[in-house]
Design a protein around this ligand. Structure first.
Ligand SMILES: CC(C)(COP(=O)(O)OP(=O)(O)OC[C@H]1O[C@@H](n2cnc3c(N)ncnc32)[C@H](O)[C@@H]1OP(=O)(O)O)[C@@H](O)C(=O)NCCC(=O)NCCS
Length: 162
């Protein structure tokens, strides 16, 4: 009597075709990569501008700049700050978030935001807040998709100092 062995289905080992993003704290030497992204966010900035701001932000334990790195290239960043108000306690504010135009829709914004939220939780913040220009429809859909709600509508005031 012939014995038959059932042929097993073999699936080829998965080949990593896409590079995995790394989320890490920003370093001073990232300035040249962060500047064009700040410009994409709508705030034209030079490498020197970002260098001088990073020099103030990086030593501050109440602020975080984290970057998304893909294949060794910085393609997104988030800046958040812990702050205390007399009326509402400790919270974290998102001061800036941007992903390189060609790298949007890949989950990098979600990963940067999750990293910042973990950082906020570890510091006892009860909420993450942000203000966003009313014209940024795409960003608003992104935030709402990730659990953020519009809680009020404000006017933004500014006085330039001489
Ligand atoms: C907003 C921004 C940071 C999002 O980054 P991103 O890497 O493209 O977002 P992700 O790919 O991580 O998207 C996360 C989720 O949000 C959704 N999302 C992202 N952009 C969206 C959009 N424009 N409309 C609807 N949903 C959107 C995605 O579908 C995704 O959902 P899923 O994970 O369930 O599939 C990016 O679009 C950007 O840099 N925009 C310009 C700068 C800006 O407006 N920054 C915010 C200033 S307040």
């Amino acid at each position: 009597m012939l014995k038959f062995t059932l042929a097993r289905e073999f699936s080829a080992p998965k080949i990593m075709t896409a590079a995995q993003p790394i989320i890490r704290p920003a370093r001073a030497e990232d300035a040249a990569a962060l500047a064009p992204l700040a410009t994409q966010l709508g705030y034209p900035s030079t490498t020197a501008d970002i260098e001088s701001r990073l020099a103030l932000i990086l030593p501050d334990p109440n602020q975080l700049v984290a970057v998304a790195e893909l294949s060794g290239q910085v393609v997104g960043w988030i800046h958040v700050a812990l702050y205390l108000t007399l009326e509402s306690g400790i919270a974290v504010e998102i001061r800036g978030l941007v992903v390189e135009e060609k790298r949007r829709g890949m989950g990098l914004g979600r990963a940067l935001l999750a990293h910042a939220e973990d950082w906020a939780r570890q510091r006892g913040a009860r909420a993450v807040r942000l203000r966003s220009n009313v014209v940024r429809d795409g960003a608003h859909a992104f935030y709402q998709h990730l659990g953020y709600s519009v809680v009020k509508t404000q006017h933004a005031f500014r006085k330039n100092l001489d």
